[in-house]
Design a protein around this ligand. Sequence first.
Ligand SMILES: Nc1ncnc2c1ncn2[C@@H]1O[C@H](COP(=O)(O)OP(=O)(O)O)[C@@H](O)[C@H]1O
Ligand SMILES: [Mg+2]
Length: 218
Amino acid sequence: MGGPIVTIASLKGGSGKTTLACCLAVQWKLQGSNPLLIDADPQRSVIRLAEREQALGGIDLLEKADKALWKTTQQAAANHGITIIDTPGFDSEITVSALAIADLVLIPVKASPLDVDRMMDTVRTLMDGVKGWAPTFRCVLTQTIRGSVISRHVRNELQESGFPLLGSDMPNRVAYAEAGLYGATPSLTAPDGSAARDIASIAGEVEALLATKSRLSA
Ligand SMILES: Nc1ncnc2c1ncn2[C@@H]1O[C@H](COP(=O)(O)OP(=O)(O)O)[C@@H](O)[C@H]1O
Ligand SMILES: [Mg+2]
């Protein structure tokens, strides 16, 4: 039997979906978890990144930006320890398929009021969109500035509104773009650096959530 499926989704472009998807997949590869990264975005951001020198550390990739995503994912996930799906955003049939098949949905959200409002729309659509289905999801704050008032404020606002949030952020760091130049992520190019630590911490939280979930459904 295959491992869990983690879908990265949000209504907003530029919220960090592709970056988070690639970073988590590479992290899990380095940990020996045999991940599969599926690019379900017609813009092919993951695939294009993987065409560069370091090919995302040689992770297994699949390009599937059409309605057959659901079936293809189920088949391919069977041979992998964990499957991550990068989506085009929310308003598409492809994303709805990717949500429907997910064990856990991660919603990256930039720490700014406009982005938070949009994120709340995402989650409402998520809850209403797929009938009779209540996904496990977590928001992840991205591009935060350490110690800034806005990050703290947004975190509090989300918590008070009852939106579940990972404890680890993905702070704003140049290491992501720098690694991207080589088709890599910070876990490959600077494994002892701050960005690699941030990603390891997010991956750890996700693993704990998935482990709890599988115990509950066992
Ligand atoms: N934590 C971060 N720190 C700095 N830059 C980031 C971070 N996360 C994403 N970015 C940058 O923001 C831009 C958009 O990110 P991307 O992952 O492509 O978003 P999406 O897939 O949601 O459209 C990219 O240029 C990426 O390098
Ligand atoms: Mg993207």
